[in-house]
Design a binder for this molecule. Structure first.
Ligand SMILES: Cc1cc2nc3c(=O)[nH]c(=O)nc-3n(C[C@H](O)[C@H](O)[C@H](O)COP(=O)(O)OP(=O)(O)OC[C@H]3O[C@@H](n4cnc5c(N)ncnc54)[C@H](O)[C@@H]3O)c2cc1C
Length: 439
């Protein structure tokens, strides 16, 4: 159906950054997206916070370029007020709208309701992807391919090697359906937290506004024991403001995943997570001062998947690289997020970088170049990484940085007529810096 310079599989944070960057470099670009919106976990999974653009303590900016442009458009549209601590909170509809507008501005062909389900090769280069749509299966061909499906679907369909879940143990990080609550009385919660610091802790910003708050674990555990709250797995009830007075998003629900490709299992866990949403709201309204007049605004249309399959690249980013703040000659981005594992048995586990929360490590180019293929990148959630390394590098600021790097490398490879693995990484870094990236 189309012949493109760059075919981007999946329009999440990594994919949109790759596509916008590719188009800005003059490449004819397509995004193939199985859902009917751009944004991936941002818009389908209500991950309403961009982490990774700053170090974990919020002190230093470590990602720029196309990510800055997305944030500026979002601000312009009133979808965010910008940085709060170490992240950028935002609202999902505004994100959906501005991503669509940017795709139009850059003349990108976007295919919605289109699932990439196959790949065709000519020697060691991919030549087209098979896409399943409402009319059946059709082909889209390209010079360079970017797997930004989060699930490494392109890599999987191309029958290339992949990694999945925790090595040698097979389990996945838990998945979450975040939900938004409207009409929360922020002042009442601040007062309640002062009266009951054992039940609720709050973070108030410099303007005296409630930025985020959490229910203390003892309150949750007690409510679970007395069946007042249905949250079967280990949780932290954590809420942050979405940039609008009285509107907060809650990340409390957690479900265990054994086979993310099994539609029947996914239906069961998603319905279970929705039950957790309903129970959480009922509990908050009954027990926490400030929630009396609140209501469920909405919950994520789909479910937020933290980790599924990962590609095997020219380099596999290691847990040790992350923790030891590794520096690479072929660096393409920085990441400062700790290893964050939503463990089905232990709950949420953080392992901080050895250099502390103001430090960062490099993402190397080799970790986004798919091994043994001339023209394929895997970026974002499905980069080439060990389980624990992905648990850090997956955040969306870093995912966007990988997207810009893949697009820029695609341009250099096409212009020079060379495979992706042969791209001159010094030239790549120079171009990325010229275009606002921080390496
Ligand atoms: C509950 C939760 C909370 C999180 N909290 C944060 C946070 O606060 N801040 C932060 O920065 N990160 C957070 N993360 C991590 C972050 O959301 C993901 O790692 C990030 O979305 C990765 O972006 P991505 O583009 O690689 O993948 P995704 O966002 O998963 O996007 C992949 C896209 O590909 C599409 N797709 C998949 N398969 C196909 C196919 N075969 N054909 C076509 N399209 C396909 C999907 O529909 C989707 O649009 C959180 C994740 C979860 C689940």
């Amino acid at each position: 159906m189309g012949n493109y310079d760059v075919v981007v599989v999946g329009g999440g944070p990594a994919g949109i950054a790759a596509a916008f960057s590719a188009a800005k470099l003059g490449l004819k670009t397509a995004i193939i997206e199985r859902h009917a919106m751009l944004g991936g976990n941002w818009t389908n999974g209500y991950v309403l916070s961009i982490l990774g653009m700053y170090t974990y303590d919020g002190s230093e900016k470590i990602a720029g370029g196309i990510a800055d442009e997305v944030v500026e458009w979002l601000k312009g549209y009133g979808g965010t007020k910008g940085k709060a601590g170490n992240f950028i909170p935002f609202r999902p509809d505004e994100m959906k709208i501005i991503l669509g507008e940017l795709a139009k501005k850059y003349d990108i062909d976007v295919y919605f309701n289109s699932l990439v389900s196959g790949a065709v090769f000519s020697g060691s280069a991919a030549s087209e992807v098979k896409v399943t749509g409402k009319n059946g299966i059709f082909s889209i061909s390209g010079k360079m391919f970017v797997d930004s499906s989060g699930d490494a679907d392109l890599v999987y369909n191309a029958k290339l090697g992949f990694l999945e879940g925790k090595e040698n143990e097979g389990w996945h990080q838990e998945a979450t359906i975040p939900f938004r609550i409207g009409n929360i009385n922020e002042n009442d919660i601040i007062i309640f937290s002062q009266m009951h610091p054992d039940l609720v802790s709050v973070k108030v910003n410099e303007n005296g506004r409630l930025e985020r708050f959490r229910l203390m674990p003892n309150l949750i555990e007690k409510a679970k024991r007395t069946n007042e709250l249905y949250l079967p797995n280990a949780n932290a009830e954590f809420m942050f403001n979405t940039s609008r007075e009285g509107e907060f998003v809650c990340n409390a629900t957690h479900v265990k995943i054994s086979n993310f490709t099994d539609g029947k299992e996914m239906a069961e866990v998603i319905e279970d997570a929705r039950r957790q949403v309903a129970s959480s709201l009922e509990f908050l309204k009954k027990e926490i001062h400030g929630f009396e007049e609140s209501y469920l605004l909405d919950s994520a249309p789909s479910i937020g998947m933290r980790e599924t399959r990962r590609a095997v690249g020219e380099y596999v980013l290691r847990k040790d690289d992350v923790l030891s703040n590794a520096r690479f000659d072929d660096a393409i981005a920085r990441c400062g997020h700790p290893i964050e594992i939503h463990d089905p048995e232990k709950g949420v586990v953080y392992i901080h970088l050895n250099g502390g929360d103001s430090s960062w490590y490099h993402i190397p180019y080799g970790a986004i170049v798919v091994k043994n293929v001339d023209n394929m990148f895997a970026i974002g959630r499905c980069l080439s990484a060990e389980f624990e390394a992905q648990a850090s590098a997956r955040v969306t600021g870093t995912a966007m940085a990988m997207g810009q790097a893949a697009a820029t490398a695609a341009k250099l490879a096409i212009d020079a007529g060379i495979p992706a693995r042969k791209v001159d990484t010094k030239k790549l870094q120079e171009t990325l810096r010229q275009n606002g990236m921080i390496i």
